[in-house]
Design a protein around this ligand. Structure first.
Ligand code: DC
Length: 221
């Protein structure tokens, strides 16, 4: 039987950095489900579909072939045979992903794919609905969060390092708005699963959080 760790939480809590570290320590595969929603969003953009056209999104998602492979320890997302890793981290794709991920048909298709992956492989999977919907039987569920201010400061530092001019208060406001949208959508809203362990990374280092999750996992398995 394969093993699984589910890590959910709001944007900017450090899920992907920590999930990657935990997966490496355990020899599990890291699955970034946000990247799948982003690949689906890229497909919608390429088809000329607008975020508001939910019927078209439902009809079109059936023809998107999204697969995940692991090459040199990195997750690579293929959209209809094309490696799209370099195309899915833009603001435009992120905004479309936020809109198209509320669509029930998109979610059904991607959740099935995620469940199939976890059936045969030991995974650390991160997202918004992993503990609640995708892997309700995960060996360990973590709800990873941090205060909106701390998450804004992390994002601010990343942007400044890239030479982007930005304002900390504006970034925090965006984060608060996105949290609200993610937590109040009808389909699979972001919430802590009943049996998930809450980890607040506001005052913790990356290694501190990863060690805590590894400790929790070893207690359970
Ligand atoms: O984590 P991210 O920013 O790459 O996610 C992109 C979008 O996909 C984001 O708006 C939330 C959504 N998403 C989701 O609805 N369910 C998941 N399991 C993962 C991401």
């Amino acid at each position: 039987m394969s093993r699984s760790i589910a890590i959910d939480g709001p944007a900017g809590a450090g899920k992907s950095t920590i999930a990657k570290k935990v997966a490496k320590s355990l020899g599990f595969i890291y699955v970034d489900t946000g990247a799948m929603y982003r690949a689906m969003a890229l497909y919608m953009i390429k088809q000329g579909i607008d975020a508001s056209e939910s019927d078209k999104i439902s009809a079109t998602c059936t023809t998107a072939d999204i697969t995940i492979k692991h090459e040199n320890g990195e997750q690579v997302v293929y959209l209809n045979g094309e490696n799209v890793n370099g195309l899915i981290r833009t603001e435009e794709v992120g905004n479309m992903a936020s809109a198209s991920s509320v669509n029930g048909d998109v979610r059904k298709k991607l959740v099935e794919l995620q469940q199939k992956l976890a059936e045969t492989t030991d995974v650390v999977m991160d997202g918004r609905d992993i503990g609640t919907v995708v892997l309700p039987g995960a060996d360990l569920k973590v709800y990873l969060t941090a205060s909106s201010r701390v998450r804004a400061e992390r994002r601010y530092k990343e942007l400044v390092a890239k030479g982007v001019e930005c304002n900390l208060d504006d970034i925090e406001k965006d984060i608060i708005d996105r949290d609200y949208r993610d937590m109040h959508r009808e389909n699979s809203p972001l919430m802590q699963a009943e049996d998930a362990v809450l980890v607040d990374s506001s005052d913790m280092t990356i290694d501190g959080v990863a060690d805590r999750i590894l400790e929790l996992y070893r207690e359970r398995v």
